[in-house]
Design a protein around this ligand. Sequence first.
Ligand code: HMG
Ligand code: MG
Length: 301
Amino acid sequence: MSEKVRIYEVGPRDGLQNEAAIIPTSQKIALIDLLSRAGFEKIEATSFVSPRWVPQLADAADVMAGIERLTGVDYGVLVPNLKGAEQALQAGADEIAIFASASEGFSQKNINCSIRDSLLRFEPVMALAKTVGIPVRGYVSCIVACPYDGAVEPGAVVDVALALHDMGCYEISLGDTIGAGRPESIARVLDAVLAHFPAGQLAGHFHDTCDRALDNVRTALAMGLRTFDSAVGGLGGCPYAPGARGNVSTAALNALLLAAGYETGIDQQIVEEAERFVAGLLAAERAPSIAHSHHIVQEVR
Ligand code: HMG
Ligand code: MG
């Protein structure tokens, strides 16, 4: 039997958080319901962050209440603090994800505090998660470069990854937030992180700003990683990381993995159907301005 690679679908969170238009809640629910049928074990459905910071996902509780939960699918959500974690649990999230940056500039701009303070903020989140027995995933952002501070040293990534792991995160997702990575720089940071972690505890979260995400996936695969985050239709970015374009496209990632002989369990036809759904959704939301829609289509490409 061929070896399994897990695809963690993050489009409903990482994708829709960065859309200029506010997508109607019913459409977000329809997208997640469609993705649920594609075979993902894990879907990041939304985030419980400040609605003033990310108005696009202010309907997180309604999305969680509206989706059809399929057996075998874990619906995760991103949380920045205890308040978000409490809301996530109330909404019935199957797992939560916390996120810290390897660079100070991004930490300040994204969550309004230093790296150290963000880690302190996560302690009560971890305590709550432990009490209720819910798994926590940890993201490290800016593993190669930061939109504010420039190049990031692998040692800084290792420090944050270890801190998240020591707090109890079951998996560390390594985020090339602005897609600055190339196979060489990704290999350099993975080398450093793999000196401290088994590959099975890591995930690759590659944005595709410079069309390098698939090359970076190949590099990470060769180095032993077997979990990758992706977004349907290549949606995504981060509102506080200028230039961050979409996550690697789920259809492209799945095609790459299948062609390389891995098993993913993902139905490519349903993913493509979900891509068309997203394209239609965005076209409808962007219809009022031709200039605007042209700009975004390029971003989502
Ligand atoms: P702050 O303004 O410093 O926080 O924001 P605060 O504690 O002073 O609270 C301000 C207001 O927000 C208060 O409301 C709080 O109650 C409320 P007010 O009293 O003024 O009405 N608030 C909340 N409301 C709902 N849910 C919450 C919450 N927390 C506070 N959880 C804060 C600090 C962290 C809250 C804010 O900066 C924030 O929400 N940031 C999130 C930004 C974000 O979501 N970025 C995108 C996700 S990260 C990413 O995309 C990268 C990733 O994909 C990996 C990669 O690619 O590298 C994960
Ligand atoms: Mg991201």
